[in-house]
Structures are given as C-alpha cells and as structure tokens.
Design a protein around this ligand. Structure first.
Ligand code: PMP
Length: 326
C-alpha cells in the first residue's frame, strides 16, 4: 500500500508547468513552480510546518499550546493544517483589507480570527502586528510565530522549494522570479539556487506602495514609498528579517491594475486559476524581458489559488469599480 501518514506528508513536491501563451513574446522557456498543489492550496504550507516543527524542537511550542500569528490567510491555512494534525489551538490575526474568503476559510479550519484595521502604523496598538504580539503575551502557553522574522520561514524554502526547482530543471535554471512579502520564499530559494550556481539571477516582484525596491536600490527606508494598495500577498511597509537583500539581484514593481488583469489572464489564457500575486509575478517576468536570452530557463513561483479571489480579481464588477477593466 502507498499512502501519506497524514495530510502533512503531502506538502511539497509540486509540479513545474510551462507557461505558453502569456510569455510567447519572450525568447526563453518560462516555467511556473505551481504551489497550489500543496494541501492548503499555497506555498505557505511548507514554511508553516517547518516553523512549527522547529518551535517544537526548540521548546517554544509545548503540548496543548496555542499558536498565534498575524497572517493574511495562506500562512494561517498552513498553520491550521499542522495545528490540527498536531493538536494545537490556532489564533490568526489579519487585516480588514484581506478578502472575506480568506477569513472564512480560516474559520472553516477551526481557527479563531481577529480582524484589525489596515491603515494604521505597524507600531500602533491596533495594528495586526501589535495585536498578534499582545495576544501571544496574554494567553498562557502561547507561541507567537512571527513569519516576518522567523528564520525557519526561509529555511523551509532552502530545504524544500529550492532543491525541488534545482532538480526539476536538472540544474538548468538561470533566473528565479517571485513576489516578495515576508521574503521567506525569495530568500530561501534564492540562497539555495545561488549555492548551486552563483550565476543564477534572483528577481523580486514588488508592488507600488511598498518599500522593498527603493530600499534595495538605495539602502534608504523611505516612508514616502508607503501608501495603500490593492495587490494581495506582496509588498510591505516594514523590512522583515526574512528578506535577504544580498541574494536579490533586483526588484520590479507591478501596478495593482496589471497584477489584477494578469491574474485573470493566467486563468483565461493558460487555464491557471491562481491568486493575485501570481498575476503580479507573471507581469513581473514580462517586465524583465530585456534580461532574458534564448537558452535561459526562467522559473516563476505562483503562491496561491484563485478561489480566494473570486469576489475580487475574478469579479468583473469589482474590477470595473477599481478602474481595472478598459
Ligand atoms: N503571495 C501570496 C498570495 C502570499 O500570501 C505571500 C505571503 N505574504 C507572498 C506571495 C509572498 O511570499 P513570501 O512571504 O514568502 O515573501
């Protein structure tokens, strides 16, 4: 018989899928690391499990404990899978900007969810960062995950996502392009790929309203770069410890409109029903066109599933209201 010991054993080993129509103008092969095949439908299952396992072995998370995290949904889903299988309680703290589906999905998985305002400073007591920290201090036997600064986040990608991409491309990958939020994916995968071949180029996809690109180019944390945006999952108003700026060769910024339009196009032209950061990532690849040559192998990572965005990027009325449809 062949079976997984629990749902957690099905995390990882996701396929690499060729993109055909959307990248026809590029001279090279473009392959998508298709992370929605994970049981929680996103790449975040990998790091959620790794963060919990490391906290268990470090003694930070004890039997019967409560896991507290500030999450927009995907990390919450990954944590929910692992918490359920391993017998922990989970509290997720999120913002009012996130789609209702994401919050409903976390509740469906048995998680307690607290929703905080988006438009406050990170150190405001009402922010979701502060609320998560406070709950973890107040609740006995609680552990605050902190995916932004927790090194197990990028380590998960160094140990699984990176090696999978290297082996699936048989070491031919020349570029890795991915959206950046906590920085775990780009830093872990980038560090692994560069350890195998330092010539591999690692590009981050950022959004307008986020600090990453300017900080990478100038070393300046410019508060003028921070303003509300619609794109979900990428960009930050803080510098998470998981973003390793030294292994990143550059950032490209994608507009909210382009990210939304390309999320639709991935579904309608490639049959890839994916989340908003996948739209941003593939548009980012197209924006980097001049960096690619004929024999290059570009891997772009798609983080999550389209079902979480049906009321937004896949809803033409919502798209029209945002001015995203011509
Ligand atoms: N896309 C989505 C949908 C996400 O949830 C996240 C995580 N915030 C990212 C991209 C960015 O990934 P990372 O946190 O590993 O940088």
């Amino acid at each position: 018989m062949e079976y997984a010991k629990s749902i957690l054993d099905t995390i990882g080993n996701t396929p690499l899928v060729k993109i055909n129509r959307l990248t026809a103008e590029l001279p090279c092969l473009v392959l998508a690391k298709y992370e929605t095949f994970n049981p929680g439908n996103s790449v975040k299952d990998r790091m959620a499990l790794k963060m919990i396992e490391d906290a268990e072995s470090n003694g930070l998370l004890k039997p019967g404990g409560t896991i507290v995290e500030g999450t927009s949904g995907n990390t919450g889903m990954g944590l929910a899978l692992a918490a359920t299988v391993k017998g922990y309680k989970l509290i997720c703290v999120t913002t009012d900007k996130q789609s209702k589906e994401k919050v409903d999905i976390l509740k469906a998985m048995g998680s307690e969810v607290h929703v905080c305002p988006t438009d406050v400073e990170p150190d405001d007591p009402k922010s979701y960062y502060s609320t998560a920290r406070r709950l973890a201090q107040e609740i006995p036997n609680a552990w605050y995950v902190n995916q932004y600064d927790n090194p197990s986040n990028s380590k998960a990608h160094f140990e699984s996502t990176g090696p999978e991409i290297w082996e699936q491309t048989q070491g031919t990958v020349t570029h890795f392009v991915v959206g950046v939020g906590t920085g775990g994916t780009i830093s872990g995968v980038g560090r692994y790929l560069k350890s195998k071949n330092p010539n591999i180029k690692v590009w981050g996809v950022d959004t307008y309203g986020s600090v990453f690109k300017k900080y990478h180019e100038t070393g300046i944390f410019d508060k003028n770069e921070i303003y509300p945006y619609i794109t979900e999952g990428i960009g930050e108003d803080i510098l998470p410890k998981n973003v390793d700026f030294n292994i990143i060769d550059g950032f490209t910024k994608v507009t909210d409109k382009d990210a939304a339009v390309y999320t639709q196009r991935l579904a309608r032209e490639e049959g890839m029903f994916l989340g908003n950061s996948a739209g941003a990532a593939i548009k980012g690849v197209l924006q980097l066109k001049e960096h690619f040559r004929k024999d290059d192998v570009v891997v772009v990572l798609f983080h999550d599933h389209g079902s979480r965005y049906v009321a937004k990027m896949f809803n033409d009325e919502w798209m029209r209201k945002q001015g995203f449809l011509d």
